[in-house]
Design a protein around this ligand. Structure first.
Ligand code: MN
Length: 246
């Protein structure tokens, strides 16, 4: 069974047309996240070349300060896709002003998504997981995927209680601390992602085909056959998108 790549920066590969062709040949459905609203239309154009690419509208927290003026554009574009990302908070910065801008931008995006009520969000939470989970809250109307979750177990438990999903990539499966987090996740909330081209596999940028590595890694961790792991991942993905009618 083919497994969906729920977080890949298709527009950021050195050879984008080749990446799009490769997705088409591989048959792997891919959520193509973007980092700023101004590049969404470019991504949507790529998606017209492959029915497997789902273009996502995003505003990455590390670009929040520089691109906050694009929030209005984000609002205008929101009816064009069911997929939102990459969005969230990144508290690697210790600058209180920048953190505050990130909070305001992400807060506004959550508000807009809640108004629509039918979005799938792929959310970044590096060093900010408790705050991201607080902002999402227990009753968010939409599907939330915490991508590359690396926060404390207390926030993870809250996110599970709030109905969030978690996307796992090859870099996480290669890390002992991330493996402990993955082991704590309910299987029916786990999705696959590559976060290519940022995640690298054997020295090269990961591509959506590398979801096969996620399947193999999870199968080993869960002590099941790879076919069982891929069926679980894909059933979870379908359930998540169906919940919001995407
Ligand atoms: Mn990413």
């Amino acid at each position: 069974m083919r497994v969906t790549d729920t977080h890949c920066h298709v527009d950021l590969y050195p050879d984008v047309p080749r990446t799009v062709d490769d997705i088409e040949r591989s048959g792997i459905e891919t959520i193509a996240v973007t980092n700023a609203p101004s590049v969404f239309r470019h991504c949507a154009a790529l998606a017209r070349r492959s029915r497997l690419i789902r273009p996502a509208l995003g505003l990455h927290p590390e670009l929040a300060r520089e691109r906050r003026h694009e929030l209005g554009l984000m609002e205008d574009l929101m009816s064009e896709t069911g997929f939102i990302g990459e969005v969230g908070l990144d508290f690697v910065t210790r600058d209180p002003e920048e953190r505050d801008i990130q909070r305001r931008v992400f807060g506004r995006i959550l508000e807009l998504c809640a108004l629509h009520g039918n979005k799938v969000l792929t959310v970044h939470s590096r060093r900010a997981a408790p705050e991201v989970v607080d902002m999402i809250g227990p009753d968010f109307p939409g599907s939330i995927v915490l991508h590359w979750y690396s926060g404390p177990e207390s926030a993870l438990r809250r996110a599970v209680a709030y109905g969030c999903y978690f996307s796992v990539n090859p870099a996480m499966l290669a890390s002992a601390s991330a493996q402990r987090i993955i082991a704590a996740l309910p299987r029916e909330r786990v999705l696959a992602e590559t976060d290519g081209p940022f995640v690298r596999v054997a020295g090269n940028p990961a591509t959506p085909r590398d979801v096969a590595r996620v399947v193999a890694g999870l199968a080993a961790l869960w002590d099941v056959e790879p076919a069982i792991a891929s069926a679980s991942l894909e059933t979870t993905y379908r359930t998540m998108v169906d919940r919001v009618g995407q």
